[in-house]
Design a protein around this ligand. Structure first.
Ligand code: C2O
Ligand code: CU
Length: 514
């Protein structure tokens, strides 16, 4: 079966069966095996399998454009604020080069693995066919060091997306890059289109994400917060400032992260060496925010400006005017801004942590904010909680009663560091089953005192209450939400986009029989 990696493989492997052990070794990856070593296929009661579905043929659409490129996952040395950091990246830049295609294109992306470890690429938020979804042991065999894998899929929907590995905690290295799918029917209405990728950075600063995970699993001291959930519940407002305006959503995020990061980055740069975007006063900029962080929720805003939120996770929303918005790991928000005259800080403030990320928007004379300039008060005040957005007309799922209703229960704790979905860590929990053609409702219940961005691969979902479409939903401590979706054939991951939680077990498979 692993022969496929000796030659350039492609996302059309022969049908194969994957054992539960395979799932453990796959999933987000091998680093989690230590944590879950107690549960392997040797237990006869757990001898279930999840099938890797046979590939659906690529249907050729007349006059379909092909977008072809090569990505190289490789060790790289990047300059972050004047410090050279050894990391893993796509190419030699941080983030990797933005891939930009048009919705409806056929994407042919050859991924060369020059890392000293297995890897895969997941096209986060894109409704790919299952075999191109990038989950080792579930939708493909991992890409071995030295080999190349061809991802082929139609990218059906426009929007702001990104891609990253689905192995271990590789996402918390430099392995991420934007994927922008333009809408051929969009009128535009802006002068600039800027992509802002947020990240929490620790790799190459004397440790690695794998070492961080190891410490967390060992109950070590990587945490910036109390290990006790009792103490967690009291921390929220203290660190976040004015969360008073409930019209902007539920009280946020409790204890928001487990890892103390030395740096927060916008487009690979720290505040001492920020990226500068330039324009002219009065111009309109579309800004696409992507949170590629692994353990950090940010609030983002452009000093002195209002932002009109137009999309989340690629889906149009009813425009909402805000001074700042929260963005959880894996989420994306597109906003429109009318630029003032001067030099302005575009800030990203990590929730419940110290430090910030900075970029500069310059339209005229003026001093750019210094690295140490704290984020303005607007990043703490009336910050939009994305799940309170309303869907734009035409984005709703067809009205329909659920054919099947299933619970998705989030649980876990810091000490020992264990996270679970539906009562057990990944590999021990039972895949959620469904059938193509039915409407599935997931009743999500966060039974923890932390926030979790829950991400669903494949078909995107709608909040049952409002119809808002998302692929990543940030749940506050103890929050409950119902979501609806129309499942596609295949095995799709559902997991927390805190990569450490995912690796410690907060994943499950949605298995949708053909
Ligand atoms: Cu971006 Cu399975 O995730
Ligand atoms: Cu989580």
């Amino acid at each position: 079966m692993t022969k496929a990696t000796d030659i350039p493989a492609r996302s059309t492997p022969a049908p194969t069966r994957v054992t539960r052990r395979g799932l453990l070794l796959g999933g987000l990856g091998a680093a989690g095996v230590g944590a879950l070593a107690g549960c392997d296929a040797s237990s006869p009661t757990q001898d279930k399998t999840v099938g890797v579905p046979p590939s659906s043929p690529l249907t050729s659409v007349p006059r379909q454009r092909t977008f072809a490129t090569t990505l190289t996952a490789q060790p790289a040395t990047v300059d972050v604020g004047g410090h050279l950091m050894h990391t893993w990246a796509y190419g030699d830049t941080l983030p990797g080069r933005t891939l930009r295609a048009t919705a409806g294109d056929l994407l042919h992306i050859a991924v060369q693995n020059q890392l000293p470890a297995d890897t895969t690429v997941h096209w986060h938020g894109v409704r790919v066919r299952n075999v191109a979804d990038g989950v080792p042991g579930v939708t493909q065999q991992p890409i071995r060091p030295g080999s190349t894998y061809l991802y082929e899929f139609t990218a059906p929907d426009p929007g702001t997306f990104f891609f990253h590995p689905h192995v271990g905690v590789q996402l918390d290295r430099g392995l991420y890059a934007p994927l922008i799918l333009d809408d051929p029917h969009e009128s535009g209405g802006y002068d600039h289109d800027w992509v802002i990728v947020l990240d929490d950075w620790i790799d190459g600063t004397g440790t690695t994400p794998d070492a961080v995970l190891k410490k967390l699993l060992a109950g070590g001291s990587m945490t910036s917060h109390s290990a006790s959930s009792a103490r967690r519940s009291t921390t929220s407002t203290a660190s976040s400032g004015g969360m008073g305006d409930m019209s902007m959503g539920p009280p946020p995020w409790g204890d928001a992260g487990d890892v103390r990061y030395p740096l927060y980055l916008i487009n690979g740069k720290s505040p001492t060496d920020p990226v500068t975007f330039t324009g002219r006063p009065g111009q309109r900029a579309r800004i696409r925010f992507i949170n590629a962080g692994s353990d950090t929720i940010f609030s983002v805003g452009l000093d002195g400006h209002r932002m009109k939120v137009t999309h989340t996770d690629g889906h149009p929303v009813r425009p909402r005017d805000v001074g700042a918005l929260y963005i959880g790991m894996g989420e994306r928000y597109d906003v429109l801004v009318t630029l003032g005259d001067g030099a302005f800080g575009l800030f990203a403030k990590p929730f419940g942590k110290t430090g910030h990320a900075l970029a500069v928007v310059r339209t005229g004379a003026g001093t750019a904010p210094a690295a140490g300039t704290p984020p303005p008060a607007q990043l703490d005040r009336q910050v939009l909680v994305g799940s309170t957005l309303q869907p734009a007309a035409g984005t709703r799922l067809p009205a329909r009663a659920p054919d099947r209703t299933v619970d998705l229960i989030l649980s876990g704790q810091m000490s020992p560091y264990r996270w679970a979905l539906n009562g057990a860590p990944y590999g021990k929990n039972t895949p959620i089953s469904c059938r193509p053609g039915e409407r599935l409702r997931l009743n999500i219940r966060n039974d923890t005192m932390m926030s979790h961005p829950i991400h669903l691969h494949g078909p995107t979902f709608a909040l049952a209450e409002t119809g808002l479409r998302k692929d990543t939903l940030l749940l506050a401590p103890m929050e409950r939400r119902a979501i609806d979706l129309d499942p596609a054939p295949g095995n799709w991951m559902i997991h927390c986009h805190n990569v450490y939680h995912a690796e410690a077990g907060m994943m499950i498979v949605l298995s949708c029989a053909q």
